[in-house]
Design a protein around this ligand. Sequence first.
Ligand SMILES: O=P(O)(O)OC[C@H]1O[C@](O)(COP(=O)(O)O)[C@@H](O)[C@@H]1O
Ligand SMILES: [Mg+2]
Ligand SMILES: [Mg+2]
Length: 293
Amino acid sequence: MTVSDPVVESVIATISRSATEIRQGLIGRRGTVDEENPSGETQVEADIWADELLGDRLAGIDGVGQYASEERAEVEDCGGDPAMEDVYAVAVDPLDGSSNLKSNNAMGTIFGVYDAALPARGETLVAAGYILYGPITTMVLATEESVTEYELTGGERTVVDRDVRLPDEPVVYGFGGRVPDWPDDFQEYAREIEQELKLRYGGAMIGDVNQVLTYGGIFGYPGLESRPEGKLRLQFEGNPIGYIVERAGGRSSDGNQSLLSVDPDDLHDRTPVHVGNSELVERLEDRVENRIA
Ligand SMILES: O=P(O)(O)OC[C@H]1O[C@](O)(COP(=O)(O)O)[C@@H](O)[C@@H]1O
Ligand SMILES: [Mg+2]
Ligand SMILES: [Mg+2]
């Protein structure tokens, strides 16, 4: 199954073909390096390596005008203006949950294809997806047409679900951040959800969101007392995941509005992230104040 726009299809094909190679290349690159990314977090050797591999390959695609990543400070100009027709910007979290490499737990790669210069609103996404490096390697891809799950082996991608939809009956939840750092209103909401759903939290957003897409429920990384803007980054994490979950029939929110409507100020802006079944996200918006809105 291919996507109708040739540039978007090339981006997806390049990332999905690179995924098995990235998975293999994690071996021997699990240690931290003496560097911080633009968000001030310690980088793992594999973060830098995966960013370079994806950056080189994606920048070489005709029609990719910009490449940006969680691991580099500035947007790379790849020779085209995303304001022009058939020119896109690609934003990547090369390894999501890379601190899980040390303990050998699940991790992912996230990407968004924006039809606008970065930083951009999520509403300008034309496709977004993620790779999950679990017991097997899968990709969930959302486009304007569909949300599809694939299994990836070598250079191949095999469809396993042509129409990924959030199950109607929610089963699981996962919330990030330390509980004492959660604002009171979020703590109260979480106490209520704990009575209704089962906890699934693995410390990599992609692994946790994939649980929600599979079983129904809610994933959240809220604004914290110590950091009202939360931890996750809008361009590389919040927008792509918001786009995927909304296309699959759920909702996304920064606590106040859809993640896709948030106006970015800076490439590395952080935002509270909540995605899942509509009723759960709506209840959260009723209860929890977004302190950065
Ligand atoms: O360690 P915490 O506070 O639970 O944070 C976990 C969150 O941080 C992240 O690891 C951040 O992503 P990166 O690994 O890409 O920096 C998310 O995947 C995850 O949801
Ligand atoms: Mg991440
Ligand atoms: Mg990352």
